[in-house]
Design a protein around this ligand. Structure first.
Ligand code: FES
Length: 170
């Protein structure tokens, strides 16, 4: 994800939108570019696109909910995923998900206020033999237990220079 300072956000959005002709069939392409460049599709962009493409904001929001790759909320620096596939579910994945919520203070679909972590529920990630599975960014953790969560999540706080409690330091 490219970091963009707030004061440049409007300029960035304008630049991306105006790379395309004012034809509504380019709406999705603009959103994909916004997602790739900014890491999300800001509400300000939806407003600007509505004017530029002469489409309703509702239609444009519907696109962001239909395409899973698009999100209107900025994602955290680290994305924590709990697998909600059948095998992980049977092996206690839901419990692990609840543990992540307790640890980070957010529900699936949310981002912590400090922008450090986003939390998502995902479909089977293809590592069922390791169920229950948690992913943090591209790292996969198998046979996760509630006891292991502080250590797993603590690694990512620590890696960025954040402070973690001594007892959870790996
Ligand atoms: S069900 Fe979780 S990895 Fe397959």
């Amino acid at each position: 994800m490219t970091e963009v300072f707030a004061e440049n956000l409007e300029d960035q959005i304008d630049k991306i939108i105006h790379q395309y002709d004012a034809d509504s069939r380019y709406s999705l392409a603009v959103m994909q570019d916004l997602q790739e460049t900014l890491g999300y599709v800001p509400r300000e962009a939806i407003d600007k696109m509505a004017g530029y493409f002469n489409r309703s904001r509702g239609e444009l929001f519907a696109l962001t909910t239909f395409y899973k790759a698009l999100t209107i909320k900025p994602k955290g620096r680290h994305v924590v995923k709990i697998c909600a596939g059948t095998t992980c579910h049977i092996r206690g994945g839901e419990n692990i998900g609840a543990g992540i919520t307790r640890h980070l203070g957010i529900e699936p679909g949310d981002t912590t206020e400090d922008g450090e972590f986003s939390f998502e529920k995902v479909h089977c990630v293809g590592a069922c033999a390791l169920a229950p599975v948690v992913m943090v960014d591209e790292d996969l953790y198998g046979h996760v237990t509630l006891d292991k969560l502080p250590e797993i999540l603590g690694k990512y706080k620590d890696a960025d220079g954040g402070s973690i409690d001594a007892e959870v330091r790996p």
